[in-house]
Ligand binder design. Structure first.
Ligand SMILES: Cc1ncc(C[n+]2csc(CCOP(=O)(O)OP(=O)(O)O)c2C)c(N)n1
Ligand SMILES: [Mg+2]
Length: 596
């Protein structure tokens, strides 16, 4: 992070930034007289700078100090230049921006007022930092003369996010001086480039801390430029590194953690290596997929045989993967196209690459009997483990009506395994699936088979916070386009505590898109993940309940109704099947009661 500020009015010259392109200066609007508020003129120029870079979304929370940015954003929305999302809670706003960026691959702008408002962005900033998701924070602040004198709603905002932001520029209050518009265009350019990781390969949040002085805004009507200069830049091109070529070498497995992407699967297929892909890896498909990787990693004739592991993405769902990397007899290669921090359990990893590919000798060797046998054994063993799993043992709908046993099964209560399986089966490539932290993501990870569907989970920090907002962001951006727009449904699968942690995100402003989001809550009355801790076997049950399980009896139907969401209860397999296969047209909460 770099905090830059100067007391005398202009930001410091920052030599290492790239020069702005001509697009940065293209006029979006007809020339107009200054509005009478430098804050408003500055805000218009700043938003225009971001729009020209291709930014589409702005999320804002109300406040006085940020009013010039907010009113400018409303005007940009009126002209169709930005999609505006208003959230009263900055924590929700931050996570909404995160979800929008995950889906659109463009940073969303987040606008808030001064004081605690800024601090409420911190959880989403941390997740974006650790997951490498671009985000631009426009935090309004008091001007220099009002800081440090106990002014109302004034704290130390520069540096508040410490190392979690790529840049933090403390921008003095605009005063309408000549040349300010150019300075603003440069500012937008720097913030955009640092958020998207241009030149650094380290995308994440960037903060512009913007001081504003009275008059805090002026009336604003913009006229779009007649020459249609509202051309947008394409999403920043990612630098493609020449891949390091991997030789056939020792017995190898590929691990795909969160966000690994399809490259992990492609390498597994071309090199003929088993693919141990977590459910939110984006690589959970293909002929070499090994679903039951945890069990097999623990077996001498599988995990014990591994000599080399190639890790993509961020593995977080098993203990077996870090244990494998820690082994003295295993060589690990970690692959990550972006990011400043590498996955490195026990600091054991010696080799890090931005990109890898199978060398010609590896591709040739993949066809040999020995190589095919290596991958084949893993795949077959995994299938056998899944086939022996009786947790789903109940016949599915028969083609010719149901037997009495089938009928009874459909009326039986839903279990976690049934829920995980049903949600996975209901999801298709045009849908989006978002998984909360806690038990249900692990349930899916242990059992669902290969399917090429977009799955997301906030695994940067694996918080239970902001999950509803993240899913709403993904849903809204997927429906809005650009083309091809998703025609599907976004499904969010969470536990009850995870939902309640972010219930405030169910508040969608009137007039805003109410996306096709199905929020499926596995309601077991508290945080049952903690029942699996060793301490649950030794500590007093009442103490575990009080401080870890944290029981709740919230009326989720009333909650849904209070926020204007549809509600369905799916207590049996048949009601769950119909809830998951019915068309979703609006935000809907599906409550699935689960036994503790
Ligand atoms: C912000 C945050 N606070 C606390 C935690 C610790 N935590 C992990 S899971 C969990 C409980 C989740 O309960 P629920 O969503 O009901 O899922 P369940 O385990 O019951 O399936 C908590 C508090 C966390 N991950 N993130
Ligand atoms: Mg729970």
């Amino acid at each position: 992070m770099r905090v830059t500020s100067r007391a005398d009015g202009m930001p410091e010259a920052i030599p290492e930034t790239a020069p702005t392109s001509s697009l940065d200066r293209a006029a979006l609007f007809e020339e107009s007289a200054p509005s009478g508020s430098p804050a408003t003129d500055f805000s218009v120029a700043l938003l225009a700078g971001f729009v020209r870079h291709g930014v589409r979304d702005v999320v804002l929370s109300p406040g006085s100090r940020s009013q010039a940015l907010a009113l400018a954003a409303a005007e940009f929305e009126r002209l169709g230049l930005l999609r505006l999302h208003v959230r009263i809670d900055e924590r929700c706003a931050g996570f909404l921006a995160l979800g929008l960026a995950i889906e659109s691959r463009q940073p969303a702008l987040v606008v808030c007022t001064s004081g605690t408002a800024v601090a409420n962005l911190h959880p989403a900033v941390l997740e974006a930092h650790h997951a490498g998701v671009p985000m631009v924070l426009l935090t309004a602040d008091r001007p220099a003369e009002l800081r440090g004198i106990r002014s109302n709603q004034t704290t130390v905002q520069p540096g508040i996010f410490a190392g979690a932001v790529r840049i933090c520029e403390d921008v003095p209050a605009p005063d309408g001086a000549p040349g300010e518009a150019d300075m603003v265009a440069d500012l937008a350019h720097r913030a955009y480039e640092s958020a998207t990781g241009a030149g650094t390969r380290n995308p994440g949040p960037a903060q512009l801390n913007l001081a504003f002085r009275e008059p805090l805004s002026a009336a604003l009507t913009l006229t779009p430029a007649a020459d249609g200069a509202a051309e947008r830049a394409d999403a920043a091109a990612t630098v493609v590194d020449p891949p390091a070529l991997l030789g056939p070498g020792p017995r190898t497995v590929i691990v795909a953690g969160a966000g690994a992407g399809p490259g992990a699967e492609e390498l597994a297929r071309t090199a003929g290596w088993p693919l141990l892909a977590e459910v939110s890896s984006g690589a959970r498909f293909g002929p070499n997929l090994v679903v039951a990787y945890r069990e097999l990693l623990g077996e001498a004739e599988f995990g014990g045989q591994v000599q080399r592991v190639i890790v993509f993405g961020h593995p977080t769902l098993s203990r077996e993967v870090p244990a494998l990397v820690l082994r003295e007899d295993v060589e690990t290669i970690v692959v990550a196209p972006t990011g400043a921090e590498w996955y490195n359990p026990g600091h054991r990893v010696r080799r890090f690459e931005r990109a890898v590919a199978a060398g010609a000798d590896t591709v040739a060797a993949a066809g040999t009997r020995e190589a095919r046998a290596w991958a084949g054994r893993w795949v077959m063993a995994s299938r056998a483990i899944l086939a022996a799993d009786t947790r789903l043992d109940a016949p599915a709908f028969g083609a010719h009506g149901m037997s009495r046993a089938e009928f009874a099964a459909m009326k039986a209560p839903v279990t976690r395994a049934i829920l995980a399986d049903a949600v996975w089966r209901a999801s298709w490539p045009h849908d989006r699936l978002v998984l909360g932290a806690s038990r249900l993501i692990r349930e899916l990870d242990t059992r669902v088979t290969g399917k090429k569907i977009p799955v997301h989970a906030n695994r940067g920090l694996a918080g239970i916070d902001g999950t509803v907002a993240t899913a709403l962001g993904i849903a809204v951006a997927s429906q809005a386009g650009p083309e091809p727009r998703s025609t599907g449904t976004t499904r969010l699968l969470v536990g009850d505590i995870t939902l309640l942690h972010d219930a405030g995100s169910m508040l969608i402003a009137p007039g805003e898109v109410r996306p096709r989001l199905q929020l499926i809550v596995g309601n077991d009355g508290g945080g049952t993940i903690f029942d699996g801790l060793e301490v649950a076997g030794t500590a007093a049950a009442s103490a575990i309940d009080r401080v870890l399980f944290t029981p709740q009896q919230v009326d989720l139907e009333a909650l849904a109704t209070a926020y204007g969401w549809d509600y369905q209860r799916a207590a049996t397999r048949s009601t769950l099947e119909s809830a998951l296969t019915a068309p979703v047209t609006r935000p809907t909460l599906v409550e699935v009661p689960l036994a503790r």
